[in-house]
Design a binder for this molecule. Structure first.
Ligand code: FES
Length: 183
């Protein structure tokens, strides 16, 4: 047995060329890695958001549809969003209250984009229990939540009632003078 081993190792006809052996080893490793990638790719690909999910994640809106003093409610990520085109008086009222008694202190300027103060973008969800407030009610000429009476001012800041926080301002950016992208 020992003799035949010695023979096969020393027999040039049966010996494997070291460079050929390395090639076989690399090729086998590459094939195995390729197999892993082929198996893993569908799993990884599933983690990428689908195109329709991405479309839901961001929303572009043409502001020219909203007249001065008007508001629209749109749906973004299956939740309502207010887009309000504020009048100069609404802006002035909001700014006059910047340093008043605010439950959730925040300046009006921090809630809008500089130079675009007329546009107020808010999640239309009361920060108490999530009802949709209506504009034009309450003591601050802003929004009134019909469920338990929370009152928001013309900046969407909580001024009265059980809601603990201002109406949330979602992430958004101006793509042009009249177009925004939310999300
Ligand atoms: S849900 Fe708005 S006040 Fe309660």
């Amino acid at each position: 047995m020992a003799e035949s081993l010695t023979q096969s190792v020393s027999d040039p006809a049966n010996a494997v060329d070291p460079s050929r052996r390395d090639f076989i080893h690399i090729a086998a490793t590459a094939a195995a890695a390729g197999g892993v990638v082929a198996v893993a790719w569908p799993l990884i690909d599933q983690l990428n958001p689908a195109a329709d999910t991405l479309a839901l994640a961001t929303l572009e809106y043409d502001l020219s549809k909203v007249a001065l003093g008007q508001e629209v409610t749109i749906s973004w990520r299956k939740q309502p969003v207010f887009i309000r085109h504020r009048t100069p008086k609404e802006i002035a009222d909001a700014r006059a209250a910047d340093h008043g008694q605010l439950k959730d202190p925040e300046t009006d300027a921090a809630r809008v984009k500089a130079g675009k103060e007329q546009w107020l973008i808010l999640l239309a969800s009361c920060t108490h229990l999530g009802c949709v407030p209506t504009f034009g009610g309450g003591d601050y000429a802003g929004w009134l939540c019909p469920c338990h009476g929370s009152v928001y001012d013309t900046s969407g800041r909580i001024r009265k009632g059980p809601a603990p926080k201002n109406l949330y301002v979602p992430d958004y950016a101006f793509l042009s003078d009249t177009k925004i992208k939310i999300g």
